[in-house]
Design a protein around this ligand. Sequence first.
Ligand code: GDP
Length: 394
Amino acid sequence: MDIRNIAIIAHVDHGKTTLVDVLLRQSGAFRANQTIATCVMDSNDQEKERGITILAKNTSVRWGESKINIIDTPGHADFGGEVERVLRMAEGVLLLVDAYEGPMPQTRFVLRKAMLNKLKPIVVVNKIDRPEARPQEVLNEIYDLFIDLDANDEQLEFPVIYASGREGYARLEPNDGNMDLKPLFEAILKHIPPPKGDPAAPLQLQCANIDYNDYVGRIAIGRIENGGIRVGQPVSLIKRLGGKVQGKVEQLFTFENLKRTPAESAPCGEIVAIAGLPDVDIGDTISDRENPVGLPPIVVDEPTLSMMFSVNTSPLSGKEGKFLTVRHLRDRLMKELKSNVALRVEDTAEPRIFKVSGRGLLHPRVVRRQGHGTRRPAPRHRPLHGHPPRPHAL
Ligand code: GDP
């Protein structure tokens, strides 16, 4: 199978969701009369509410015989550890920039990581239908940004696509009159290299992300670096911090359009989700049982901010919110830990209070909103940002 793995980098509101939606439609994933609920990637309520994409997710589109896996990247540097990990699954990046607003500071961090990882970029100057669009100036700003980020010569020669996700077209020149996304699909297939692995080599896959559900437990997500994988395959799990655990692939999934779909097997280069390895963690290598060789470790960034969480003891307690007892709060926090790897939860000397650490300001809030516990605002360190950064042009 011909595979491309691309990460998509965009500032909030620059049109990522709309573009992915229309890529899906034009790839034939949906019947013409079928309506997709808006916001395909931002399906999480919290993300909709805050307008920030927090969890990295996978989508795929087909173009001809090729499969393009689209990896969402977190829109904020607070999720640094996650950025590093999800970029490891990609060979290229789509940098999506609003043709009026230009590149925004928040995308710098992710783009810099992509440059360091030697990913091949494609620049999409989006929303060129906007009356106030200034695509040429914005392109110059993007060049300046790449130079600033020490892009190498090859990266600086990035292909440019002008697009309107909303109108569903992509163009090689802003006014060439093309009215579909074909140039974007073709640019991805032409400029983003296929995954490099050796299909004949023994299996190696590094776990880049963890998901969790109550039925199958921990689910490892990653790109097959070498070899292939199939259901029932005996594997060795090589722990990032040393040690080996024997296991078996109980269930295998690939990403088809918006869904995770069960598969019997998957080839080298494909991004898969694997259930059946309860001990799996970020950075571990899932390898061939007979040839257990670990991949170079990946760093999980240390937390930079701590907050204290406690149950609500005020007279109004019980009037609103779901989690009323210490046990509820603890269970909720521990559940979050299972899939949120850059988060840390610790007991404190006070049994009603838990210490939750994460990166920056946004991360621990993930739990707070969902948990409805009362937060004691007692940060140990100053947050990196006093408030969520306001967008302003570079
Ligand atoms: P995301 O936050 O990057 O996922 O951005 P969305 O896809 O949610 O789009 C943000 C806003 O920009 C929405 O109001 C869209 O309707 C609008 N939008 C998206 N794409 C285009 C486009 O190509 N042209 C114009 N004019 N507006 C767009």
